[in-house]
Design a protein around this ligand. Structure first.
Ligand SMILES: Cc1ncc(COP(=O)(O)O)c(C=O)c1O
Length: 385
């Protein structure tokens, strides 16, 4: 249709002028390497923090599961898609997180857009860290609840918003990333847990970037070194980053998990994950549970980078170097590409205007000399004091 194509073309042209048009580039990954346009680059842009997506144990588990159960789940989980591997994965996730139960969704995005509207609605209140992932904001919007954003990682601001708006609302939810995906810093989960208790609010933490990396692999709610989780009753996350597979999850009480299975629309109306994906996730949890020293490597590598660059010590496997404009971020990314590194520029609307950046993601297998060389180049040619 002409009006439709005109609309799309004009929109694309205006994004192009602002240097905000996106194009998925063909990228063939092999371990820590990525091949683009026939160039082999050392990638610092994969969330495969433990390099498990290509681990022989995951690949073998996926092949065995495919041979046994086939490639697809065939239906949603409430129909016939609940193949036997799900029970094991959910039990393993609950055990790792120390919760009564766990519920696996099709992805992290589907988890948050299912969980949040299943818990809160138009009579309720949600208080959200402003830098939370897009799927938390989407879930909050879908719920129809009244939503307030608090300043990034500012627990006092979340408390003030609850003090002002909690009265008269039936239920309240505080939602935050555990590890912020574009900044790599941690949410003040301990303080938020206290505030949640004070205002009878439910705390949801999205640990997409914490599972497998922090707290001995158990995630950011364990990052204070304790054997027990901080008091976070809703621990969601994804199986697509350190776990190296795909899917999302919620670890919570048995009652909450049962409610998800009955009411979360993204659980009910979406096909189950393919058996090989679930089998690979189980194999990844084996590695995470039995090799805590290996799970500590991404953070150690990130800290080597921040030390060489004299930046604040990394709190997770993610380190941002904010350069400001979109043009500057793209130029810095090109410069690193010419030196053999893949570090994708992150631009608005993924991050606020004026904070375009290079986002470095460290993995267990990045060699230290390469990290040091990368840091030297960034210090000499990207960071301007
Ligand atoms: C904090 C956070 N939550 C959720 C997601 C979505 O997870 P998934 O990729 O499994 O949909 C991501 C990343 O993609 C993320 O960074």
């Amino acid at each position: 249709m002409r009006s439709l194509d005109e609309f799309a073309s004009e929109k694309l042209a205006s994004l192009e002028r602002a240097k905000l048009r996106r194009t998925p580039l063909v990228t063939a990954r092999a371990g820590i390497w990525a091949k683009r346009d026939d160039r082999r680059l050392l990638s610092f842009s994969c969330n495969d923090y433990l390099n498990l997506s290509q681990h022989p144990k995951l690949i073998a588990a996926a092949i065995t599961a495919t041979q046994r159960y086939g490639m697809g789940a065939g239906a949603s989980r409430l129909v016939t898609g609940n193949h036997p591997l799900y029970t094991e994965l959910e039990e393993r996730l609950a055990r790792l997180k120390g919760t009564e139960a766990a519920c696996v969704f099709g992805s992290g995005y589907l988890a948050n857009t299912g969980i949040i509207p299943a818990l809160v609605g138009p009579d309720d209140l949600i208080v959200v860290d402003e830098l939370s992932h897009a799927c938390i904001h989407a879930g909050a919007k879908l719920s129809g609840a009244e939503v307030y954003l608090y300043r990034h990682a500012d627990a006092a601001h979340s408390r003030a918003l609850l003090a002002e708006h909690r009265a008269g609302k039936k239920h309240a939810l505080i939602a935050t990333d555990g590890v912020f995906s574009m900044d790599g810093d941690l949410a003040p989960l301990g303080e938020l847990a206290d505030i949640a208790k004070r205002f009878d609010a439910w705390l949801l933490s999205d640990d997409a970037h914490g599972l497998g990396v922090l707290g001995g692999g158990r995630g950011s709610a364990f990052a204070n070194g304790g054997a027990r989780s901080l008091d976070v009753p809703l621990q969601m996350g994804t199986l697509s980053k350190a776990v190296g597979a795909y899917g999302g999850y919620l670890c919570a009480s048995g009652a909450v998990v049962d409610l998800m299975r009955t009411r979360a629309r993204t659980f009910i109306y979406s096909t189950g994950l393919p058996p090989p994906v679930v089998a690979a996730a189980i194999a990844a949890l084996d590695v995470i549970e039995t090799e805590p020293d290996y799970a500590a490597e991404p953070l150690r590598k990130a800290r080597l980078f921040t030390r060489v660059l004299n930046l604040p010590e990394a709190q997770s496997a993610i380190v941002p170097v904010i350069v400001g404009t979109t043009e500057a971020a793209l130029a810095a990314s090109d410069l690193l590409r010419d030196e053999g590194f893949l570090v994708v520029a992150i631009r608005p609307p993924t991050v606020p205007v004026g904070t375009a950046r290079l986002r470095f993601a460290f993995t267990a297998q990045h060699p230290e000399p390469d990290i040091e060389r990368l840091a030297d180049i960034v210090r000499q040619r990207v960071i301007r004091h």
